[in-house]
Design a protein. Structure first.
Lengths: 263, 292
């Protein structure tokens, strides 16, 4: 933008500093307190890793973490496949009704609580037993929409004539996909998959409604929610730090890939 | 001419569309249908047609919760838009090569776990939390202030959680703004304030609208933040839906509430589309004017 007076510039930097302080201080406090020696969750009394060690011995948390991993991996795999095919189909066609657009957009905007109660009603009406499999079915719904939107963004600049050229040269549809289309969209596919993985790891409300009763299908966010309701503990701080580190790593990776050099 | 046949693209789209239909469209239609049935005597559903559930939504008790939710969500939206717009403006004014970095770090917290970000505020606001300790450090000796489990805490949590999205939404039009427009306005004698109000703000309305809609829709249906930061004392629509399905066992009424939530969402989205259309007209006008 245009040149600004020093006073304006100082104000703008002040705004940035305050906003970043607002965004990061709560997280920083949480992370710092996870290394706290004392049992009081919010009063600092020296450095220690003991809360991380105590997490490792907490069977409920470990089983919840395993459940979360299963749900996230399976739902991400299905959503990546379906979402990528959907993106290619939609972009190949170019003309589509606004109905189709709305259908693909809906899972990203629909309030979680509505999808959660809708799926609970649906599953109970069909007499489905609730469990990890129903959480997976539910997570694929929003995950595939996100994968699709990431892949579509990459396909916007895709030159479809090279696909035609490949077909003209005698390549089968599958070979063309494997050798031409896939290499171009691969960074977006991986970025979409990483995004889906984090969304699934973090998702609470839909999982809560579609998990059914019992410990067997408790996921990590459900475990964290019930721990928070009992009060704050240094153990939650440690668990929160690990979960945040995992999602932030996956997201940073996704972001980097999406701005990759190919294509 | 493209050699792709519509049938091939349909084939590619079919599995995903089937999944969305079976696990989103049909369940949502089912919930809509549920809202027209009666609640059975022992919970459960009695299959006889009624409009009572929608009548109940308008009952003063529940309408009050709707208004309360709208007020809390509206306040959070307003605060988030003001802070988010200022932040986006500051990022767009930063040196070019720093902008993507600032933007990335502004959005990063948004991608970490929602529950954890909300929990971080419990750590800050509880009676022995950081804020109380800071006050003590400055010499305050009285009772710790009660900040947690207040409406303010709920609003703070909502603003905190959704601010990154507002920054992202407002940054897009701000970064595309043609600096010559602001210069022209200044050359013609407009003050900085007038330039902002008459030139910059109208051209960035689509970003503000998109950000505001997002915060409002997600806030009004929110269930986690009122439950954790409001301590269950502040019922919002999301909590009401939750209760009907998991504790009160009145699914038809819960379904009617969920549908009301969807109706509000559609209303707000339509308003946003209209605002974006009008702004698009203005932008076209501004561009036409610049060409003269």
């Amino acid at each position: 933008m245009t040149e600004r007076s020093p006073a304006t510039r100082r104000t703008l930097w002040l705004v940035l500093t305050l906003v970043f302080a607002f965004l990061y201080i709560p997280i920083a406090v949480l992370v710092a307190l996870s290394f706290n020696q004392g049992g009081l969750p919010t009063v600092w009394s020296g450095f220690s890793l003991k809360w991380y060690a105590s997490l490792a011995g907490n069977a409920a948390i470990l089983s919840a973490a395993l459940n979360t991993l299963i749900v996230a991996l399976v739902s991400t795999a299905i959503a990546t496949l379906l979402g990528t095919l959907l993106a290619i189909g939609v972009e190949m066609r170019r003309q589509y009704g606004s109905g189709l657009e709305a259908l693909i957009f809906a899972p990203m905007i629909i309030p979680d609580i509505v999808l959660a109660v809708a799926l609970l009603s649906f599953f109970s009406m069909l007499d489905f037993t609730l469990g990890l499999h129903t959480i997976i079915l539910a997570h694929v719904v929003f995950n595939l929409a996100f994968v699709c939107s990431v892949v579509r963004a990459r396909l916007k600049s895709f030159d479809w004539s090279i696909v035609e050229a490949s077909a003209d040269l005698g390549a089968s549809a599958l070979t063309t996909f494997r050798r031409v289309t896939l290499p171009v969209i691969l960074p977006a596919v991986v970025a979409g998959a990483l995004l889906a993985f984090t969304l699934s790891v973090d998702e609470f409300i839909i999982a809560f409604f579609t998990a059914g009763a019992g410990r067997a299908s408790t996921t990590l966010p459900m475990q964290i929610y019930s721990m928070i309701r009992f009060g704050i503990t240094p153990e939650i701080n440690a668990l929160a730090t690990i979960v945040m580190a995992v999602s932030i790593t996956a997201l940073t990776l996704s972001q980097r890939l999406n701005r990759g050099v190919i294509g | 001419m493209r050699s792709f046949t519509p049938s091939r693209s349909s084939l590619l789209m079919a599995p995903a569309l089937a999944w969305l239909t079976a696990l989103m469209v049909v369940p949502c239609a089912l919930v809509l249908a549920l809202a027209f049935f009666r609640r059975g005597i022992y919970g459960g559903i009695e299959y006889s047609f009624t409009l009572e559930n929608f009548g109940l939504v308008l009952d003063p008790l529940y309408a009050g919760i709707f208004l309360n939710s709208a007020r809390i969500a509206g306040t959070a939206t307003l605060i988030a838009v003001v802070i988010g717009y200022a932040a986006a403006y500051a990022i767009a004014a930063a040196p070019r090569r720093w902008q993507p970095v600032f933007l990335f770090f502004a959005v990063l917290p948004f991608w970490s776990n929602y529950l954890i970000r909300t929990y971080a505020w419990i750590v800050l606001l509880n009676r022995e939390g950081l804020i109380t300790q800071l006050l003590r450090w400055f010499g305050y000796t009285g009772e710790p202030p009660s900040m947690l489990y207040t409406e303010g805490a709920v609003i703070a949590g909502l603003v905190y959680n959704y601010l990154p999205f507002v920054i992202l939404a407002c940054y897009a039009p701000l970064s595309r703004l043609n600096p010559e427009l602001a210069e022209a306005s200044r050359d013609l004698g407009a003050s900085a304030m007038t330039t902002f109000r008459r030139v910059i703000l109208p051209l960035t309305v689509p970003g503000i609208a998109a950000g505001a809609v997002f915060v409002f829709v997600l806030s009004i249906g929110n269930f986690v933040t009122p439950a954790l930061l409001g301590g269950g004392r502040f019922q919002m629509i999301g909590n009401l839906v939750y209760d009907q399905f998991l504790t009160a066992n009145d699914w038809p009424f819960g379904a009617a509430l969920a549908m009301a939530l969807i109706a509000i969402m559609l209303l707000v989205l339509t308003a946003q589309a209209l605002a974006a259309d009008r702004a698009a007209g203005r932008i076209a006008e501004a561009k036409g004017g610049a060409d003269d």
